[in-house]
Design a protein around this ligand. Structure first.
Ligand code: FAD
Ligand code: AMP
Length: 478
């Protein structure tokens, strides 16, 4: 007999598994289909984020940062450590252990909430039927009142540098190196390229990042991006802007990359090459021709602001739809859709999705950049506070970067918070909370912040918007 569910979710990443859990919490009979297998051959929930994305990359960023600190950062504190070594396989195994723990955690949450896991490849048929093909080829069809597609994204492969998964790897391969490459090339100075370049650079690789665009981090506030380029270059990352990769050749275990830049044709040879030029939505073999779900012109599943597709009762969330490819955006869409299916009112504030680049210093932002606001003709007041003037940052010997608060010149409402520096991700979240409640720079300035904290830099930047900063000379006095 055909199994019938209130909700069937295709994909168990942070979009899909969160949607499934929330739907089940709301009393809906829910199933989630997942095809991904971990190294042990068992179905592993959590998607890109948990298995080959956010979590493993942060595990390696944290390990490599500790190594870097032991080698370079301890001295200044008067701590001498002789002969610091890195055991790369042990570092990679620690990361794998965290992933396994979290896989088990999500499976446990499915059990606790009564979500049925259907193992295999899901495909949406007409009439909200979903076909599931198991690894052994067995096919089952289930019916649903509502379907949520959360099939996520995959790395983009570019013809000039196709991954051979040995010398030329994608982000997944770059999380698995068993030794530190001497010369590491990275194509793409985006979030993933910079994070993975940082991991291996801290462990001793000579890292060259080739970026086609002339502008560094074009989505980031110009002032912050400029500061980032300065700091990363000082750290030893060679960032070559305006460098478009046109070809590559793998020979004798190394790869020569051909690219053009302002000086003409160039080439450089590496021991490993990471291709990090972006990700594409996964829609192949997910939708039957008569499913009624259409794609947009860029190949994403077309959805409205509430993630409804062109087929009634079918929703799509996360990386497979428009918007930033971020785990928290996927999860919040999952919650919104589950709640709407259950008859609740729910909406995401797409204007306030924070972004983070987990380099050191971290870069994080929420709201609009100064250049965006200028282009929109919005008059703004800007306050900045450098970590070099923060007692807490000095105590930690971590004084690079700044907090920047941008407020509407007429209303003082905060329109953007941008941070490069220690704990930037956490600081920006405070800005996001304030902005969700319509905070003004004055409101943030009137709040009491604990001393000594890095958060005081946010307080001071907010005060600086109106020329009231205490611990730095104000650009304008009021
Ligand atoms: P995914 O996580 O891609 O999950 C989709 C799931 O669906 C997968 O498990 C897949 O196997 C399954 N699936 C696909 N098709 C089918 C099918 N037909 N049948 C059954 N199952 C199917 N984001 C952040 O917010 N913060 C970070 O720090 C961060 N770091 C990242 C680092 C790296 C190296 C990478 C690659 C990504 C990172 N991201 C980060 C992005 C983040 O991982 C994604 O935005 C997020 O995973 C998207 O969630 P999703 O549920 O939409 O899709
Ligand atoms: P993101 O989309 O944030 O993951 O960043 C990917 C980066 O890769 C973008 O900044 C692109 O400009 C860059 N990129 C894409 N194709 C190439 C190429 N052929 N050579 C160099 N950089 C590229």
């Amino acid at each position: 007999m055909t199994q019938k569910f209130d909700v069937v979710v295709i994909g168990g990443g942070p979009g899909g598994y969160v949607a499934a859990i929330r739907a089940a919490q709301l009393g809906l009979k829910t199933a989630c289909i997942e095809k991904y297998k971990g190294k042990d051959g068992k179905t592993a929930l959590g998607g890109t984020c948990l298995n080959v994305g956010c979590i493993p990359s942060k595990a390696l960023l944290d390990s490599s940062w500790k190594f870097h600190e032991a080698q370079e950062g301890f001295k200044v504190h008067g701590i001498e450590v002789a002969d610091v070594k890195i055991d790369v396989p042990a570092m990679i195994e620690r990361k794998a252990g965290i992933v396994r723990n979290l896989n088990t955690g999500v499976a446990g949450l499915f059990k606790a909430n009564g979500v049925t896991l259907l193992e295999g490849h899901g495909k949406l048929l007409a009439g909200k039927k979903v076909e599931i093909t198991a690894q052994d080829g067995g096919v089952e069809v289930v019916e649903a009142d509502h379907v949520i597609i959360a099939s996520g994204s995959a790395p983009i492969d570019i013809p000039p540098a196709r991954a051979d998964h040995d010398v030329i790897v994608d982000s997944t391969g770059a999380l698995e190196f068993q030794s530190v490459p001497k010369r590491l090339g990275v194509i793409g100075a985006g979030v993933i390229g910079l994070e993975l370049g940082s991991v291996w650079g801290r462990l001793g690789a000579e890292v060259t990042v080739l970026e086609a665009q002339d502008k560094f981090l074009s989505a980031v506030d110009d002032q912050i991006a400029k500061e980032a380029l300065k700091i990363f270059t000082k750290q030893g990352l060679q960032i070559r802007l305006g460098a478009r990769v046109t070809g590559s050749e793998v020979k004798n275990g190394e790869v020569t990359v051909f690219f053009t830049d302002a000086n003409g044709e160039q080439q450089q040879t590496f021991d490993k090459l990471i291709v990090a030029v972006g990700r594409r939505p996964v829609t192949q073999n997910v939708l039957a021709a008569d499913s009624g779900v259409s794609l947009d012109e860029r190949g994403y599943i077309f959805v409205d602001d509430q993630c409804a597709t062109s087929a009634p009762g079918v929703y799509a969330i996360g990386d497979v739809v428009r918007g930033p490819m971020l785990a928290h955006k996927a999860s919040e869409e999952g919650v919104m859709v589950a709640e709407r299916i259950a008859g609740h009112k729910a909406q995401i504030n797409y204007d306030l999705i924070p972004s983070v680049i987990y380099t050191h210093p971290e870069i994080a932002w929420v709201g609009k950049t100064e250049q965006q606001l200028k282009a929109e003709g919005v008059a703004v007041n800007v306050g900045t506070f450098p970590f070099a003037a923060s007692g807490r940052a000095m105590a930690a010997n971590d004084t690079h970067g700044m907090v920047k608060v941008i407020a509407d010149a007429k209303t003082d409402r905060v329109l953007g918070v941008h941070v490069i520096g220690p704990a930037a991700a956490e600081l920006v979240q405070q800005g996001a909370i304030g902005m969700e409640f319509g905070t003004s720079a004055e409101d943030l300035g009137m709040m009491v912040f604990s001393h000594p904290t890095l958060s005081e830099a946010l307080h001071e930047a907010a005060l600086a918007v109106n020329g009231h900063a205490i611990h730095i000379a104000n650009r304008k006095k009021r």
